[in-house]
Design a protein around this ligand. Sequence first.
Ligand code: ADP
Length: 349
Amino acid sequence: MTSKEKKGPPPEQYLGPEKKPNDDDGTLRPQSLGEFLGQGTLKENLAVFIAAARKRGESLDHLFLTGPPGLGKTTLAQIVANELGAKFVQTSAPALDKPKDLIGLLTSLEQNDVFFIDEIHRLKPIIEEMLFIAMEDYKIDCVIGQGPGARTLRLPLQSFTLVGATTKAGNVSSPLVNRFGITCRFSFYGTEDMEAIVRRSAGILNIGINADAAALLARSARGTPRVLNRLLRRMRDFAQVQGEALITRQVVEEGLRRLEIDGLGLEKYDREILRIIVERYGGGPVGAETLAISIGESSDTLEDYYEPYLIQAGLLQRTPRGRMVTPLAYGHLGLSGGGDRETGRNSLF
Ligand code: ADP
């Protein structure tokens, strides 16, 4: 079994990246562009494209959403359907195993509906081929019968919008990418947007939270709304157990300490990754597969969830020869080495 196929249970205190049933996403998920906070330019442009499509009474161009997990790709796809007043049909590439799976979904679509495929980089080639015709000509080929008597029937489809989401844009074939008219690249949320999101979520969940507690939580959730909402729920647990009616800064500080989340918002596993590169591989470079095996994670989880934030925080570099830690990482871990490093130590706050 390669580390790519490895799927063990998530570590106990692990905050991401998978969607979990207890996320209660239904409650917290924004339903309109107005409620969708942050991602300024991306959202503004999309609002224009949606308004124009509505005005023309046409389906919106196919939409390609890329970025790390938990940043709002699924949420935005649903919002697009809401804003268009259309039905939202959702699937993921691994669920589209056979042509009939795709045919069943596409033929159920009505005019201007939104068809969402998550993890679109994992489509099988045969499904991808069918999708090309569906995206371009709103038609789909069905094979009727078997053997020498089999024949192909080309069925017409209603015009629809395909929304494809991926954490690995580089793994999507260029013929598929080229068929999307609009591309939205999600980036990690800034502190102000994260604060607005935590205030909104606390309001919906009916939890009181102090301004400085909200600010600290917002800084500790790796720029990712899904992680932020999970942290908020954990802080509610800590507050309730301590008999506090309100989430205070003290509750958050103590809660983060218990969850082993540090002042940069790094989890235990993030620090473990950096430490392993330093201690076992002299600071790098080390290949992603080797690193994934060393930390006991799948390379998908390493590449999709951990690395993007470590890179954005300036602690890790991807080089052609492998992963390397930066001088800042030595400082953050409180380790010697790494040349002209900045000191930051692994202080929590
Ligand atoms: P992805 O599909 O990129 O993995 P999701 O769309 O499932 O991420 O988002 C995860 C959760 O984060 C959502 O259920 C929602 O509660 C929250 N969320 C995401 N983006 C935003 C946003 N811009 N504003 C408020 N909440 C958000």
